[in-house]
Design a protein around this ligand. Structure first.
Ligand code: BDR
Ligand code: CA
Length: 315
């Protein structure tokens, strides 16, 4: 079993990522850590517990993380996940307690407990992981890796057309806390960034038959996804919005789902026009080799990804 920590800001798609991660038989979900992002951290740590209780997994600890980005105030999300942050599923208030540990300390402690074994999945801003790497730099070399829904690399027309941050070419998670992303990108820990190029492709949409299967299932997680799809459709968005973060879990289960390329990437932290942009230096000549090298999602097998997701949601 692959040991993972899911660091997230639920969020309807983070909620579905929790469902997938908790149900996948080849993943051991050690903890869910929450962060400010789609919603303030007080909301995201309630939402994480609501989802875990919905699927009967209140045994998985949830730790509250950073309430703000590392050095700047938090922006407001131009795309809303609804009044409750969960596509207006309005799940019951959770009864499971929050962990007494801060998320940053939980990440540090688990990584030290299982050296070389843990992959952190980041489906929100990277504030918690960057703070953990700042507080305990030794964990950079102890992590197995990081898989993140992060960035937009301009590899296809979806990368910027579906930009989620509030600048023309940024992805939301990097846009919220670009300094945190810069720390993680430059950490030397193996990082796979699944950006908008692969995670927001219109091919990730569900068929009418899929949607009916979620509607007709007795499982609450299938009902949750059905409601989320209706919620985004009502607002004129595509169904893929409900499962963007699930690709990080899919990749953790089966890395053959996404082809990656290696590249030098810098994160913009200054310019108001391009704040949060992840700039891939793909030039033939004079490449800025001082920029960190990361793996970037370039091409996904959407058919197999959706099949895996459906199996896990409906199982
Ligand atoms: C990211 O933005 C958020 O709204 C989603 O949860 C996802 O993590 C995609 O840019
Ligand atoms: Ca998210």
């Amino acid at each position: 079993m692959k040991k993972i920590i899911l660091d997230c800001d639920p969020g309807m798609d983070d909620s579905m990522a929790i469902v997938m991660a908790a149900k996948a038989s080849d993943l051991e979900l050690l903890a869910v850590t929450t962060v400010n992002g789609n919603y303030p951290v007080d909301v995201t740590c309630v939402n994480a517990r609501k989802v875990l209780e919905m699927i009967g997994r209140s045994d998985i600890p949830v730790a509250r993380g950073m309430a703000n980005p590392m050095v700047r105030p938090s922006p407001r999300d131009p795309f809303t996940h609804g009044a409750d942050g969960q596509a207006e599923n309005f799940l019951p208030e959770p009864s499971m307690p929050l962990s007494p540990m801060h998320a940053v300390d939980m990440i540090i402690s688990l990584v030290k407990q299982y050296p070389g074994e843990i992959t952190v999945l980041c489906t929100g801003p990277m504030s918690n992981l960057a703070m953990a790497m700042t507080k305990a730099p030794e964990i950079k070399g102890l992590l197995k890796g990081v898989i993140a829904i992060s960035g937009a690399f301009g590899l296809n027309r979806y990368a910027f057309a579906n930009a989620t941050g509030d600048t023309p070419q940024s992805e939301w998670n990097v846009y919220v806390d670009p300094e945190a992303a810069q720390i993680v990108y430059a950490s030397g820990t193996p990082l796979v960034a699944l950006g908008l190029d692969v995670a927001t492709h219109f091919d990730v949409n569900f068929s009418e038959e899929d949607i009916r299967a979620f509607q007709e299932s007795d499982l609450p997680e299938a009902g949750f996804l059905y409601q989320a799809i209706q919620f985004v459709h009502r607002r004129g968005f595509e169904a893929y919005c409900t499962i963007i973060d699930c690709m990080a879990v899919g990749y953790a289960i089966d890395p053959t789902l996404v082809e990656t390329i290696q590249g030098h990437v810098g994160v913009e932290t200054q310019s108001p026009l391009t704040l949060g942009m992840t700039v891939l230096d793909s030039r033939h000549h004079h490449v800025w080799t001082q920029l960190p090298v990361i793996e970037i999602g370039a091409k996904a097998d959407y058919h197999r990804f959706l099949r895996l997701l459906k199996q896990l949601v409906l199982a």
